[in-house]
Write a protein that binds this ligand. Structure first.
Ligand SMILES: CC/C=C\C/C=C/C(=O)SCCNC(=O)CCNC(=O)[C@H](O)C(C)(C)COP(=O)(O)OP(=O)(O)OC[C@H]1O[C@@H](n2cnc3c(N)ncnc32)[C@H](O)[C@@H]1OP(=O)(O)O
Length: 719
């Protein structure tokens, strides 16, 4: 797991060999420990180079080992032995030096990086802190403020930035290993003490306490309940206030607390779940390993509304040439201006040139004959979308892939109007499409494995976390949102206010509560959908009482709010009041409180005190229950997919792992018991009826989440 060689006569070359990222597993740590001992003992060895095999220095501690009992030599003494030795050790960094990998490099006396390498301490993203001396050595090397920023955010930095910050000593376009070997010979005999970071003091500006206090305030505000960033600041404070050994002691204490936390488990679960969803498989046996994507060099986007513009920008930023289509010249010009502005703004931030040359604008669909893949992003209307698909089917080349960005309409119905249903697939982006990381790739019943591979591969090129989902109404994300929204509205009827519900959800960790999000998206969106579904407006069954629709409880509150012209942020009033139309700062609105009070009086509802626990249980458990039904119906590959959809598309706090992981953490019996309770109290809400999968899991002793698939009853997958 670590290869030893002697090169150039006097240099010991230690190579980490644990593909694919040379993670510091027990075997690697043992290999390094033995190799370093050998090098330090061998009188013929005058200096040492540590590098990684296959162009990767080291991806850090082996995250898979965190869930198991610790074996092998620990990292801290291993790194100390390197630093304390009397021979210069040079780290040759290619690819990445992340987490424990960078901490290993910080224990070396010199660091040489390839120009394409990246370094960073991403432990915080795993619910941990850099506990192999990272919180103590990095501030001593680069100073308090930059170290705080890197450690609390986990941000990766390029070799060039690392050089500027002083993390690395040299950057090369050639082989970092060759330069390190040469360098290791040059530094033989030079004083080592100044290169041993543990012996140095953290360079401190006079306003050190202010810097630390401000960092703590910033971190607490951004963390939304995550503990690791707070612990990171505490550990760095120790690097300022305490001698090295005492600082290390503090680092270990904080790490021990984080390591056992459910947040760390959740974040590490997310790390693996994010990678697992990329490895898709279909019931036919086709999977990511045996299905080849089609080459896509030229794409098209139909419709330059909010979604179309974002998709266009995302495609151009990934280097694809794009034909952007609108129905008339005016819309086209408007879209063009917006897309150009977005691309320029983005390029400016990155200090790059906007790739406007990759774009071609047209109102003529016949210009799509050479495109490899087309994404339809027109208004959410089945008849309109069908018309577009019919046209696309006749103008595009026969093997062009046709994608729809519908957020929930039937992909099969769209495919049925084309001559190539096997080449039709859903690519459901989330707004703003060039920013949001989530992509639901919707498999229609006839979508071919090749077309799935193409959409998933394109998602990867766009930097998205792409999740394969089945073709059901709302797909996975929006389908699960409905019970959540319903519960939020019912809570208002029963006595809550928008700010009470939102407060509980924000306290849980969502960036915005459900009513603030609705105001942001525009309340008319849901209103139109409810009208089309016959839940409100002229198509309502006249026999239905006001608070009952289609055989179940219904809250007309959101409709009443819309009827008052309160459409959310854009109209300056929604569930909240805003300073102006388009304003962003929500304040509680006495008019809404009055509307709620009048409504309750009209319907004879006696308001009651509602606490955060009830808000969370009713909103989140109803959503989770629908997640179990999604699994039962075979609309998702597994709970990991659902969780990634919620973490990346709906603001579910990552340190809570996603709804299904959260259910497992709360305990499935508890979720079941609360659903049963609420269902008894609200028998007219079918969403609260516990799913049979949840019941089966509980009866079978609540197996761990990766075993849930074994409890799906029928050959279930609709994928
Ligand atoms: C007791 C602890 C004491 C001290 C504190 C030290 C803590 C740490 O070091 S925590 C680990 C910190 N490191 C990271 O967070 C880096 C995580 N990895 C990545 O960011 C990326 O994987 C990468 C940039 C290193 C490579 O990216 P890419 O080329 O896109 O490949 P993948 O991400 O798909 O990864 C490939 C493969 O490797 C697995 N993997 C990656 N890193 C680790 C790791 N540190 N431990 C274990 N496994 C790792 C990843 O899961 C993929 O596996 P599969 O192919 O099976 O999916």
């Amino acid at each position: 797991m670590a290869r030893y060689a002697q090169v150039q006569g006097s240099v010991a070359l230690i190579t980490l060999t644990n593909p694919p990222v040379n993670a510091l597993s027990a075997a690697v740590r043992l290999g390094i420990t033995e190799a370093v001992t050998r090098a330090l003992r061998d009188p013929k060895v005058k200096s040492v180079v540590i590098c990684g095999e296959n162009g990767v220095f080291c991806g850090g501690a082996d995250i898979r080992e965190f869930a198991k009992p610790m074996t092998g030599p620990p990292l801290v003494p291993m790194i100390s032995a390197i630093e304390e030795g009397d021979k210069p050790v040079v780290a040759a960094i290619e690819g990445v030096a992340f987490g424990g990998g960078l901490e290993l490099a910080l224990g070396c006396h010199y660091r040489i990086a390839h120009s394409k390498a990246r370094v960073g301490l991403p432990e915080v993203t795993l619910g941990l802190l850099p506990a192999a001396g990272g919180t103590q050595r990095l501030p001593r090397l680069i100073g308090l403020a930059p170290a705080l920023e890197l450690i609390t955010t986990g941000r990766h930095v390029t070799a060039q930035e690392a050089l500027k910050l002083g993390i690395v000593d040299k950057v090369t376009d050639q082989s970092a290993q060759d330069l390190a070997i040469q360098f290791a010979q040059e530094v033989i005999g030079q004083p080592l003490l100044p290169r041993k970071l543990s012996t140095q003091l953290t360079p401190c500006p006079p306003d050190v306490d202010t810097i630390l206090d401000e960092a703590m305030a910033r971190v607490k505000q951004r963390a939304r309940g995550a503990m690791a960033p707070v612990a990171c600041v505490q550990a760095v404070r120790a690097a300022v206030n305490l001698p090295y050994q005492a600082g290390m002691q503090k680092e270990q204490e904080l790490m021990a607390f984080l390591f056992r936390s459910s947040q760390a488990r959740a974040l590490q679960y997310c790390f693996f779940a994010q990678r697992a969803v990329g490895k898709w498989s279909l019931s036919s046996g086709a999977h990511s390993g045996n299905s080849k994507p089609r080459p896509v060099t030229k794409a098209a986007v139909i419709g330059l509304g909010t979604m179309g513009r974002g998709i266009t920008v995302a495609l151009v930023k990934a280097g694809l040439s794009v034909v952007a289509v609108e129905t008339n010249k005016k819309q086209l010009e408007m879209g063009k201006q917006m897309v150009s502005a977005m691309l320029k703004h983005d390029a400016q931030k990155m200090n790059a040139v906007p790739r406007l040359d990759l774009l071609h604008y047209t109102t003529d669909l016949s210009e799509l004959k050479n495109t490899d893949l087309i994404i339809e992003a027109v208004f959410e209307d089945m008849a309109l979308k069908k018309e577009v698909f019919k046209k696309l089917s006749s103008v595009c080349k026969p093997d062009a892939v046709l994608c729809t960005n519908t957020s929930g309409l039937d992909v099969d119905e769209l495919a049925s109007v084309t001559k190539r249903p096997e080449l039709v697939v859903g690519m459901h982006f989330f707004a703003p499409a060039h920013v949001m990381k989530l992509l639901e790739v919707v498999r229609g019943s006839r979508s071919s494995p090749e077309v799935m591979a193409t959409a998933m591969h394109l998602g990867k090129r766009l930097g998205k976390v792409s999740v394969v989902v089945g073709n059901c109404s709302g797909f996975v994300g929006n389908r699960m949102l409905r019970p959540y929204l319903d519960q939020a509205n019912f809570l208002l009827e029963e006595g809550a206010t928008p700010e009470l519900v939102d407060g509980a959800l924000e306290e849980f960790g969502f960036p915005m509560g459900v009513f603030k999000v609705s105001d942001l998206s525009g309340l008319d969106v849901g209103w139109r959908i409810r009208k089309e579904a016959g839940l409100t407006g002229p198509n309502v069954d006249p026999k239905d009482p006001l608070r009952r629709r289609q055989g179940r409880r219904y809250s007309p509150l959101p409709d009443l709010v819309c009827e008052q012209g309160r459409l959310g942020q854009k109209s300056g009033r929604g569930w909240y009041l805003y300073d102006k139309p388009g304003g962003r700062v929500a304040t509680p609105d006495p008019d809404i409180h009055k509307l709620l009070e009048d409504y309750r009086v009209r319907h004879g509802i006696r308001p009651r005190q509602i606490g955060s626990q009830e808000v969370l249980e009713r909103c989140l458990f109803a959503l989770i229950n629908e997640g179990f039904r999604v699994l039962e119906d075979g609309m998702a590959m597994g709970p990991e997919g659902i969780d990634m959809i919620y973490v990346f598309g709906y603001g579910w706090p990552r340190h809570r792992g996603g709804p299904m992981f959260y259910a497992a953490m709360v305990g499935l019996p508890r979720v079941l018991e609360r659903l049963e309770y609420y269902q008894q109290v609200h028998p007219d809400v079918p969403h609260l009826q516990p799913s049979s999968l949840l019941r089966r899991l509980v009866v079978n002793g609540s197996p761990p989440l990766d075993k849930w698939r074994d409890f799906l009853q029928r050959p279930h997958s609709q994928l």
